[in-house]
Design a protein around this ligand. Structure first.
Ligand SMILES: C[S@@+](CC[C@H](N)C(=O)[O-])C[C@H]1O[C@@H](n2cnc3c(N)ncnc32)[C@H](O)[C@@H]1O
Length: 237
């Protein structure tokens, strides 16, 4: 079995700030108040609308155990913040990037602002709608496509495939793996961020055993209470 290598230990602390809701999102389940997350990165600040930040374990637990939990994609997950920071350190200019499970769209928006040509996908129309609004608010142009990993037909090749917190359901792993194999251009990279979920490790270990080179950086998202460790895993063949 291939060994994983860790390229760096804790890289940074990220402070997530929320300001009062600037607007609401109209959905079939009603008007949802939006909050704004502002991320200063390199020379600019990204502003992302979302229905609630789920940074700590407790936030996530409360969200998942609520009677009527909202669509996952319109919340702000810590993996997207770690991925945004990771992209802020990479040269993605001119790369063709596919983002899976884009949700509110932060990583793809950062990549597009840094010169990549980005296709953001999600199966939830409401998430894609919010991702479109967020792209527009941040002055970037990218493409949005509704696409379900379980009924994937696209065979376009990309230099990089991004996924922030997309490994949480093991039943979806074979579908994701097929997309990596089908849509990654030769020499390309898959970047996955994940808050160290157990099932995600099992999946990444299986990929490593099958010859993928897996490295990761560990990021820490949020300051109080308590900070959440997130891995940004880089996979190459
Ligand atoms: C935990 S959320 C993460 C959202 C965003 N990447 C983030 O980190 O803030 C998982 C995302 O994957 C999307 N998703 C889940 N299953 C999917 C599937 N079968 N096909 C496409 N997208 C899917 C959800 O709609 C959601 O947007």
């Amino acid at each position: 079995m291939k060994q994983w290598s860790v390229r760096a230990s804790v890289r940074t602390h990220v402070i997530a700030t929320s300001s009062p809701a600037p607007r609401t999102l109209s959905t079939t389940i009603g008007e949802l108040p939006l909050e704004e997350y502002r991320l200063p990165l390199n020379a600019r600040t990204f502003a992302i609308l979302h229905t609630g930040a789920l940074l700590a374990h407790e936030d996530e637990h409360r969200f998942l155990s609520a009677d009527q939990s909202l669509p996952y994609g319109i919340a702000l997950w810590p993996a997207s913040i770690a991925m945004a920071h990771a992209l802020g350190t990479r040269d993605v200019r001119g790369q063709r990037i596919l983002e899976l499970g884009a949700g509110t769209g932060l990583p793809g928006i950062v990549a597009a602002a840094r010169g990549a040509s980005v296709v953001q996908t999600d199966r939830q129309e409401v998430a894609l709608h919010l991702a479109r609004i967020n792209a527009e608010r941040n002055g970037v142009t990218l493409e949005h496509r509704a696409a379900d990993w379980t009924a994937w037909t696209d065979d376009t090749k990309f230099d990089c495939i991004l996924g922030a917190d997309v490994l949480y359901a093991d039943g979806l792993h074979p579908h994701l793996r097929r997309i990596f194999e089908q849509n990654l251009a030769p020499g390309g990279t898959v970047l996955l961020s994940d808050p160290f979920r157990k099932d995600s490790f099992t999946f990444l270990e299986a990929l490593a055993a099958d010859g993928w080179a897996v490295t990761f950086d560990k990021w820490t998202v949020g300051v109080t209470p308590p900070p959440r460790p997130v891995g940004v895993f880089q996979l190459t063949r």
